[in-house]
Design a protein around this ligand. Structure first.
Ligand code: SF4
Length: 299
C-alpha cells in the first residue's frame, strides 16, 4: 500500500515519533504539489495510506479530500491521525463524506495524564477521545475506525488499562491494533526513555490476553513470530516493508521464515538479535494473504 505524506507538521510531539529531525524542516507540501502527486497515481493503485506529520491540520486537507472523492473515487484510503481535529463534529462529518475513508487513530493512554505525557501536549487526550466519539457517531458501516496503541517502555505497563478504556468507551470500534514501536527518528534518539524489547513487553502480555476476545478485531503489528506465543499468531500481521527488515542468521533454519515479518533493522542494530530463535514446529492454517499469512495454529 503506497504512503502519501500530506505534510510535515504536527500538533503533537510524541516521544516515540519515527520521523527524523530533518523531516520537520520547512518544505512546501502545498495543494498543487499534493494534487499532482495524487493524480499521477490515478488508475495505478487500489489503496493508499495518508500520513504526515498530522494530515488533518494541513490547511487544504478538506480540499484534498474533495479531490480524492472526485478523481480517485474507488481507492481504499487509510488515514493515520492523532484524532484531535475530529474533536470538531463538522470536520469529522466532512471527512467521512468519502465512502472509502478508513481512519486509524493513535491512543497513548487511558486518561489525560498517561496520554499527554507521551504527546507532550496538554489537552490532547480530551480532544482525541472526543474525536474518536465523533467518528464513531458519524461513520458509515463501510468505513473502518481503528485505534492504535504503540507499545513502548512507557505504555507497556498500562496497555491493559488502555484496552479497558477502549472496551468501556468505544465498544463498537472496528479494530484495535497493538503496534510494537519502531526505533527510528525521535524514538531512536529517546531510546533510553521510550525504548523497550519484545522480552519486556511479553512480561505484560498476561494482563491483556483475556481481553482480546472482547474486541471486534485485534491485530499485532511489527512482531516477528518467535516473539509472540503461538496461540496469538493468528493476530499477527506483516506490516513492514522489505527494506526495513532483516532476518538474523538463526532464521535460516526457521520453518516459519516464509510467514514471518523478520526484525526491524534498527532493532537489530540498537538491541541485538538474542531474542529471536526458531519456534518449535506446529500445525498451522495459512492463508494466501501475504500480510496475514497465519490464520490459526492447530496445536
Ligand atoms: S527465528 Fe527468525 S524467521 Fe523464525 S520466527 Fe523468529 S524472527 Fe521469524
Amino acid at each position: 500500500m503506497p504512503d502519501i505524506c500530506f505534510w510535515n507538521r504536527c500538533n503533537n510531539h510524541c516521544l516515540m515519533c519515527t520521523n527524523p529531525d530533518d523531516f520537520w524542516k520547512e518544505k512546501d507540501y502545498n495543494y498543487d504539489y499534493l494534487s499532482q502527486r495524487l493524480l499521477l497515481l490515478r488508475g495505478k493503485i487500489k489503496d493508499i495510506t495518508v500520513t504526515g506529520g498530522e494530515p488533518t491540520i494541513h490547511p487544504d486537507f478538506l480540499r484534498i479530500i474533495e479531490l480524492l472523492k472526485r478523481e480517485l473515487p474507488n481507492i481504499e484510503i487509510t488515514l493515520l491521525s492523532n484524532g484531535r481535529r475530529f474533536f470538531y463534529p463538522l470536520f469529522a462529518k466532512k471527512c467521512l463524506e468519502l465512502n472509502n475513508m478508513n481512519i486509524a487513530i493513535a491512543l497513548h493512554g487511558y486518561d489525560a495524564q498517561t496520554h499527554d505525557r507521551i504527546t507532550l501536549v496538554k489537552g490532547s487526550f480530551a480532544q482525541t477521545v472526543t474525536g474518536i466519539k465523533n467518528l464513531l457517531k458519524y461513520k458509515r458501516k463501510s468505513q473502518n475506525l481503528e485505534i492504535r496503541i504503540v507499545i513502548t517502555k512507557l505504555t507497556s505497563p498500562y496497555v491493559h488499562k488502555i484496552l479497558y478504556f477502549i472496551r468501556g468507551n468505544f465498544p463498537t470500534v472496528d479494530r484495535v491494533v497493538l503496534m510494537f514501536m519502531e526505533i527510528e527518528g525521535r524514538a531512536d534518539k529517546d531510546i533510553k526513555t521510550i525504548g523497550t524489547t519484545y522480552k519486556e513487553w511479553n512480561s505484560y502480555l498476561p494482563r491483556i490476553k483475556s481481553m482480546i476476545k472482547d474486541f471486534r478485531e485485534i491485530r499485532l503489528y511489527h512482531f516477528p513470530l518467535c516473539t509472540v506465543e503461538p496461540s496469538l499468531w493468528k493476530y499477527v500481521w506483516r506490516t513492514l516493508s522489505k527494506d526495513e527488515i532483516l532476518f538474523p542468521p538463526q532464521c535460516k533454519i526457521c520453518w516459519y521464515r516464509k510467514y514471518c515479518l523478520g526484525v526491524h533493522k534498527r532493532y537489530l542494530k540498537r538491541i541485538g538479535d538474542s531474542e529471536f530463535s526458531p519456534p518449535q514446529r506446529l500445525i498451522i492454517k495459512n492463508s494466501n494473504d501475504p500480510h496475514h499469512p497465519i490464520v490459526d495454529v492447530i496445536n
